[in-house]
Design a protein around this ligand. Structure first.
Ligand SMILES: [Zn+2]
Ligand SMILES: [Zn+2]
Length: 747
């Protein structure tokens, strides 16, 4: 970038909002060629020396005392102008400082201190000179031995050379000091997994008509080199991955790079092999299980353009491709693309922004796209929709039966397993086929349901399920509406109302009781806590060393068991009644995926869903494999309440050891925010404060405010202003505040 002024503009690596601006520093002559936009430098700041990022050159606004940059921290520019623009956008969008955003973008590279450098030794003398020199070493036979070895095997390291000559390394050192041996340093980049050379390029299959059409559209946009977004909506098994791979190949032809993001659970060795078979050594793999050195090595290969194909999980979205042409996001609806904890970015949003900055194409793929993406891909929206309606193997999707648990109840069957499910499992045991029993994530918060009519208590204002509390009251975690629990169902008058939910252990117990001869495995966070036990269970089941596998979410995704012909969903209601406006969407996505697990081998499969709400559109649409039906039903609900994709939400989570402090703090923040909203008609509505569904974690109480607005910028500005008023006027404010813009979950 052009240097337009004498002073470097530096963002100091501090996380405070008030220091989030550029500071000017003079560049000493010896650093002129090293200090450029994208460099990390060391600067004097308030009596300390701190790291900072050079973001430009220019003049300060007024008369200021200019100090000098003290040093440069890396041997190269650590970020590109594109990534700097991204950091600035992140600071705006997620309400963090630019320094924090840059830390997040750069962290995988900066975690490694220095690089691993291997020093090779060579002789500095010619062969003839060396002969003479060695003959002069009568009294130093060890040195002579080292030199003879160095001639025979040039390029050994200090230790290798000493070992080969059977001397101590200090002998090698003395020859280096004399200048007879010279050290040449070579950087070695670590690489995870098998060496790329071990893959033979495989012949690829012909595309079907749907795939061809999808690829043509995407590849056409790639060749145009302008920003565009495609939603690839394809049923399970429709060959989306092949479309990704060919689109990546199309990007490589334009000499740009491609990034493919997959959820953590899908980044299996098979997936990595698939990419390496196609693109060989051009693939870099980035995920959280890499060692620091491996991750660093891959990042460098990406940055230097040696690996133009990046396959990775969430944080790989920041991979430093010099000129990205394509961002693929597989299973784009997955909530795991949203970062938890600090700086809650969404990888899909980051990819969209980067693509916009770089003039690249985004390819979002899913069998059950998020409502947000579907909405944007609907007629007149900014995304282009491409669909794959057929499975590549030509098989039809497995039939799904919905079991009405209310009827079981009425007819006196009160166990976890319905009669239909028991009969279906028994038949598989007889036929020596396998069964998956799936239990949605255990209800962390208990909802109350009527077992006669399936009615669930909901908040009249927010349309989310109310949570049962020990004081006997039901509470809304968005707006804090509370109501006492009646003893009879207001819908049907039944007394059979109460809390709900069984864990995987309970299901295992029951299964052992009903199917005494069956070999049963259980996979949940308890049984897989030991490292490697997850893989052991998966392998045992795949090798047919068990008849029934019981599990949570983990078994719903990615895993492929050809022997499974029955999938039973024990209880669809736990997800359906989570206190979250996305509960219906999550349920539909989970059930669709679970049903897709059945009948993947040569035998036809079947899925059974047990529920107290068999009429709910999440369940009927999943049973019919009908994404549109779900969409048509869910959209009006979202629209009427201003939830995404129509409006935007933000959650302010306050935490503190003392409950009164956090409660009062939340009330104060609400008051500050309300004061910032002018007029009668509020453009931002503030719900709560209410206790978070997980009311206490690690001895800290958690309260939340939920903000809703149609304008995302307005929402953001109000929060930003509120926090700065808080910082200025309430210096004794104690609770910690975490801001989440458009949260994916609010537990
Ligand atoms: Zn009822
Ligand atoms: Zn409410």
């Amino acid at each position: 970038m052009k240097k337009t002024g004498p002073y470097a503009e530096v963002i100091v690596d501090l996380n405070a909002r008030r220091t989030d601006r550029v500071f000017h520093y003079a560049v000493p002559p010896e650093l002129w060629d090293k200090v450029d936009v994208g460099a990390r430098v060391l600067v004097p700041f308030g009596g300390r020396r701190l790291a900072g990022y050079v973001v430009g050159f220019g003049y300060p606004g007024g008369a200021v005392n200019i100090k000098e940059i003290a040093g440069v921290l890396d041997a190269w520019q650590v970020f590109t102008p594109e990534l700097l623009a991204l950091a600035r956008w992140m600071a705006e969008s997620y309400l963090c400082s630019t320094a924090e955003a840059l830390q997040r973008i750069l962290s995988p590279r900066l975690q490694v201190k220095g690089t691993r450098v291997v020093k090779h030794l060579r002789t500095t003398l010619s062969e003839a000179e060396l002969e003479i020199f060695i003959s002069s070493l009568d009294r130093a036979p060890k040195q002579a031995a080292v030199l003879r070895t160095a001639v025979k095997c040039p390029g050994l390291t200090r230790k290798e050379l000493a070992d080969a000559a059977e001397v101590s390394p200090s002998v090698v050192d003395s020859l280096v000091e004399k200048g007879i041996l010279a050290v040449s340093a070579e950087e070695v980049l670590c690489r995870p997994g098998r060496p790329a050379g071990s893959f033979a390029k495989i012949e690829t299959l012909d595309l079907n008509a749907g795939q061809k059409d999808a690829l043509e559209k995407v590849a056409g946009a790639i060749r145009q080199r302008s920003f565009g977004v495609f939603l690839l909506h394809g049923v399970t098994g429709s060959g989306k991955t092949e479309v990704y791979l060919r689109a990546i190949a199309a990007v490589l032809e334009t000499s740009r790079q491609a990034l493919a993001l997959v959820p953590e659970i899908s980044l299996t060795p098979q997936m990595v092999d698939l990419f390496r078979e196609r693109f060989g050594g051009q693939v870099a793999v980035l995920h959280s299980a890499l060692s620091g050195m491996e991750r660093y090595g891959e990042w460098r290969r990406v940055k230097e353009g040696a690996a133009p194909v990046v396959l990775g999980t969430r944080s790989a979205v920041f991979a430093p491709m010099p000129s990205p042409g394509l961002f693929v996001i597989d299973e784009e609806h997955e909530s795991s693309y949203k970062q938890d904890g600090h700086l809650r970015y969404h990888a899909r949003e980051i990819a969209l922004k980067r693509a916009q900055l770089a003039g690249a194409v985004v390819l979002l793929g899913s069998a059950t796209p998020s409502l947000e993406s579907q909405f944007r891909a609907s007629a007149g929206g900014p995304y282009q929709l491409v669909t794959l309606n057929e499975r590549i193997d030509g098989r039809s999707l497995p039939p799904v039966r919905v079991v009405d648990m209310r009827r079981e109840q009425k007819e006196g069957h009160r166990g976890i397993f319905s009669r239909v499910l028991i009969a279906a499992v028994s038949r598989r045991l007889e036929e020596r086929e396998q069964t998956l029993l799936f239990l949605n994530r255990r209800g962390f918060a208990s909802f109350v349901i009527c077992r006669e009519c399936g009615m669930v208590f909901k908040c009249p204002r927010c349309d989310i399920s109310l949570t049962y509390h020990q004081d006997g009251r039901l509470r809304c975690h968005y707006c804090n509406y509370t109501v006492g629990l009646p003893d009879r169902c207001p819908g049907c008058g039944s007394y059979h109302i109460g809390q709900f939910g069984a864990g995987t252990q309970k299901v295992e117990e029951e299964a052992r009781r009903f199917f005494p001869g069956a070999r049963i495995l259980r996979m949940d966070s308890d049984s897989t806590a030991r490292k490697g036990s997850h893989a052991q269970i998966v392998n045992a089941f795949r090798d047919r060393r068990a008849d029934i596998l019981i599990g949570t979410q983990m078994i719903a995704k990615g895993l492929d068991f050809p022997g499974v012909t029955l999938v039973g969903v024990i209880n669809a209601d736990t997800t359906l009644h989570m206190p979250d406006f996305r509960a219906a969407e999550r349920t539909f996505q989970l059930l669709t995926q679970v049903a897709g697990r059945s009948g993947r081998g040569s035998l036809p499969g079947e899925a059974l869903i047990q529920t107290y709400c068999p009429e709910h559109y999440s369940i009927t649409a999943a049973a019919a494999h009908d994404c549109n039906k779900f969409y048509q039903n869910e959209m009006p609900v979202r629209r009427s309440l201003g939830y995404p994709p129509f409006g935007h939400l933000a959650r302010l989570l306050l935490t503190h050891e003392d409950e009164e402090t956090v409660k009062k703090g939340a009330a104060l923040v609400k008051e500050l925010l309300n004061n910032l909203l002018p007029g009668e008609k509020k453009s931002v509505s503030i719900l709560g404060p209410a206790p978070a569904p997980l009311g206490k974690i690690k001895d800290r109480f958690r309260w939340q405010l939920v903000l809703k607005a149609y304008n995302r910028n307005l929402l953001r500005d109000i929060i930003k202003e509120g926090l700065s008023v808080l910082e200025k006027n309430h210096s004794s404010f104690k609770p910690a505040i975490n801001v989440d813009i458009n949260p994916q979950g609010m537990l």
